[in-house]
Structure formats: C-alpha cells, structure tokens
Design a protein around this ligand. Structure first.
Ligand SMILES: NC(=O)c1ccc[n+]([C@@H]2O[C@H](COP(=O)([O-])OP(=O)(O)OC[C@H]3O[C@@H](n4cnc5c(N)ncnc54)[C@H](O)[C@@H]3O)[C@@H](O)[C@H]2O)c1
Ligand SMILES: N[C@@H](CCO)C(=O)O
Ligand code: NA
Length: 434
C-alpha cells in the first residue's frame, strides 16, 4: 500500500502568492499526489517571514526559522521565498546534505545556477525549476529533456507577465503605465520589487536560464543585454500602430555563427515592434509565449499563463512529483549541461533592425541628409515614410539588419542633425523578413 510507504517529507520555504497555492493544492489533493508519486507527500514545515500573518497554515507547521527547517528531517526543499540571500545559503545547505530542491527563483538561478548544480551533483540531490521561467508553461523540461537530442538555434518570446500586461493595456485601452503596474501587483504577477519586472531584470534572468539550457553554455544574467519597458512611451505605441505593429518586451536567445563558422550565443531582452499578424502580437494580459527553433524539430511554440499563484504552483508541483518519484524509484533528474561553453556575443555585434520616427523640418534635402547618415554607418534602409505638416514633417525609417552598435551610432548622429527637431521613437523591429 502506498499509504504505508515512508512519506516524502517536504519543507516549504515561503508562503506568499505561489507558496499559498502550492500548500493548498498539496493538502487538497494529497491522495492523488501519493498515487502519482508512489509515496505520501507530506509537508513537514512552512517557513515564512511573519508566522502570525498566516492563520491558514497549521500552527504545528509554521515557523520563521527557514534554516532549522532545511537542516531538519526533510527530503525535499521547495523554495518560494525569492531573492539571492538567504535563499542561496538555504539551498546550498539543503543540496549539500543530499536534500533535493524545487525552486521558482530565476534571479538566484541566473546568478548562482552553477554553484547550485555543483552542490546537487556532489551529493546526488536533484534540482528542478520549471516555475522559474514562463510560469505554468512546460518549457524548461522540454529544453532539458525532450529536446536534448536536437540542436537548438533560437529561443524567442514573451517571458514576463507583468510587462506584457502593461504593454497590452497601453496598446488596447491606452491605459497609463503606473495604474496598470499597480493592477499587475494586485493580481500577483509582479515581483516583490516590481522594478525587477519593468526594468527587464526578471526577463533577463529568464533569458540567461533559457540560453544556458538551449546552448549547453553557462550564461549569467549580467551577460544578457537588458532594456526594460519604463522608457516605452505612448509615442512608441502610436508609432507602432501607424505601421500595423505592436510593442512587446522580448527575450531573444540565439546561436550566432560568424563567417568563419565560429559559434557564439546572443542573449538579449528589449522592447521590440512586431507585426500585428505575428503570433506573439496576440499574446495578451500576463500570458507568456515562447518560440523554440531546433534543427531537426523545426519551430515549436509554447503558450500559457506565465505568472500568478496557481499557474506557477502547477509547475512547482509537477517538479515536486518528479523529485518525489526519483526518490521512490532511486532515480535522478537531469544535471547541468554546459559542455559547449560558447562565448557570449556583445550586443553591439548582434544584428538587429531599427524603427526610427523623427520630427524633421519640412524642406528640400532633409531626406537626403538623413539617408546620407545611414550610408556613413553602412546601414541600409528598408522603408521610408515622410508626411508633411506645414513647417514640420514626420519621417519614419525602418532599417535592414545591421550590427546594433552601427544602428545606435546612426541614431546618435541623426539626433544631432539641425534639420531633426525631435527623435520621437527608436525601437528594434522583430518578427518579419529583413
Ligand atoms: N508570483 C508569480 O507569479 C511568480 C511566478 C513565477 C515565479 N515566481 C517566483 O516565486 C518566488 C516567490 O514569489 P511570490 O510571488 O510567491 O512571492 P511573495 O512575496 O508573495 O512570497 C514570498 C514568501 O517568502 C516569505 N519569506 C521572505 N523572506 C523569508 C525568510 N527570510 N524566511 C522565510 N520566509 C521568508 C514571505 O513571508 C512570503 O511568504 C520568487 O522567486 C518569484 O520570482 C513568482
Ligand atoms: N513577475 C513575474 C512572475 C513570473 O515569473 C512576471 O511578471 O512574469
Ligand atoms: Na515554466
């Protein structure tokens, strides 16, 4: 009888937006978890910062002492606190003593992933983290396991729910930035410090994890080029609309091969204009969607809820079942795979395309001066639209692909031209033929 087997003892660290749902589902569906795992799954302690604020947690389980819980008699530590410390120390303690870890903490993994993997490797413990990227969407397991026999060339998508919620509202209702951010916080999407979302740190941590798994290379968050959405203006949204495009915060991880066949990895997070007909343009609210391009599999698309307590709990619990099964069957989860050790390409060298919207003087020779500046930097133009408005005119230029540094210097130079009154919007363009 499963019920008579030794239980899998679980320490739950953190009982906030995600932890509360994990605890609720584990308690509500304990019979099913036992049946799927092969042994009862028992929460033996719940650590929170302020125990008196958690009347929903049984008194005999709750504690403020996460360290004691981790050092105690447990098999698995489920970490849903977030941040770098004390979580790093807590998880190292757990892993070094052979206790497996399930975590949703992308910030920690993107900075200290290898240290955690090494500790797990030494003791034979498992570390699973499906909830860390794209919430409920099964994405890391497909990369780590299902696609382990393929060669991945590109992973691109929307991996931050909060910023997608804000950009979608700005696009559809013209809602303001800060009121929408407050709403995302209330709905449980935003990080404890929402600047992690709006300044792109959260998406950059996720991009680091995705690039590491996809390209078998250690990529840390500080190697990911990062731009958030705090500088996206209603002017940018309007400029995108005028060209039948929309603005999304994208995470893009690519295998780059130079003319001599040398490979490197490019990982970046920035807002980008995409055509309204692109599948990512229809991804609204806090939903996430990620495309994976692999040599043999071709293109795959993953879509679903990327944030929120209960969707994230689904991914955490899936990992908990996997870890528990490994314990019951004496198996092991996947280990770190960083054998390729590819260099990470600087953003300046990465080929991108720009959309530039300018207010210029409405007189002869303007277009040729602007075009000459592009020429000087070896950047070729794909689309030009000029519209007169009396004294001033609006000029929109979409470039072909060029190294990002060349595009950025072109914009700096153009801003200095006397015939340019204002650079209204500069944004990268993704998702269409170059
Ligand atoms: N909310 C989401 O949609 C979501 C989605 C995916 C991943 N995540 C990740 O999941 C983790 C938790 O997120 P959340 O939204 O549930 O956070 P939260 O702020 O709602 O909850 C954090 C919990 O940790 C506890 N805590 C904080 N410091 C502690 C300490 N020193 N010792 C013991 N307990 C402590 C708090 O009391 C609280 O219960 C984070 O790593 C986050 O990035 C969240
Ligand atoms: N704050 C994150 C939570 C999910 O990782 C987001 O908005 O996507
Ligand atoms: Na996921």
């Amino acid at each position: 009888m499963i019920r008579d087997r030794e239980p899998i003892r679980v320490a739950l660290l953190g009982c906030g937006t995600v932890g509360t749902e994990v605890l609720r589902l584990l308690q509500d569906q304990s019979e099913e978890f036992a049946a799927r795992t092969g042994a009862p799954v028992l929460v033996t302690g719940v650590a929170v910062r302020r125990p008196h604020k958690h009347p929903e947690v049984p008194e005999n389980l709750i504690t403020a002492d996460a360290q004691a819980l981790v050092e105690g008699d447990v098999d698995v530590v489920v970490e849903l606190i977030g941040g770098i410390e004390p979580t790093r120390s807590l998880l190292l303690t757990a892993l070094r003593s052979g206790k497996s870890v399930v975590t949703a903490n992308k910030a920690l993994l993107a900075e200290h992933g290898s240290e955690l993997y090494a500790a797990a490797d030494e003791s034979g413990a498992d570390i699973y983290f499906e909830a860390a990227v794209a919430g409920a969407i099964p994405l890391l397991r497909p990369l780590r396991e299902s696609l382990a026999g393929d060669r991945i060339d590109r992973v691109m998508g929307i991996v931050n729910g909060t910023t997608n919620y804000i950009l979608s509202a700005m696009d559809s209702t013209g809602a303001g930035y800060s009121e929408t951010l407050d709403e995302a916080g209330r709905l449980g999407y935003a990080e404890a410090d929402p600047t992690a979302d709006v300044d792109g740190f959260d998406a950059a941590a996720k991009a680091a994890i995705l690039a590491s798994l996809a390209f078998h290379t250690r990529v840390t968050a500080n190697q990911v080029h990062r731009e958030g959405i705090s500088s996206v203006t209603p002017g940018d949204i309007a400029a995108a609309k005028a060209l039948d495009r929309t603005v999304k915060l994208l995470a893009i991880c690519e295998r780059v091969v130079d003319a001599d066949g040398n490979e490197s990895v490019s990982a970046r997070v920035h807002p980008a204009m995409i055509p309204r007909g692109h599948p990512l343009a229809g991804v609204g609210d806090a939903f996430n969607a990620v495309f994976v391009e692999a040599e043999a599999a071709g293109q795959l698309m993953f879509y679903g809820q990327g944030a929120g307590g209960s969707p994230t709990a689904s991914a955490v619990l899936g990992d908990l079942v996997a870890v528990a099964r490994n314990k019951v069957l004496a198996g092991k989860g996947p280990r770190e795979s960083a054998h390729a050790q590819l260099p990470v390409q600087p953003m300046g060298k990465t080929p991108t395309r720009y959309h530039i919207s300018l207010d210029v003087a409405d007189k002869a020779g303007v277009l040729s001066q602007v075009a000459a500046t592009f020429n000087e930097h070896d950047v070729s133009i794909s689309v030009v639209r000029q519209q007169g408005r009396g004294e001033e005119a609006s000029l929109v230029v979409v470039t072909h692909t060029a190294p990002d540094a060349a595009l950025s210097s072109t914009v700096d130079k153009i801003a200095q031209l006397s015939i340019v009154r204002e650079v209204v919007s500069v944004m990268r363009v993704e998702g269409e033929a170059t």
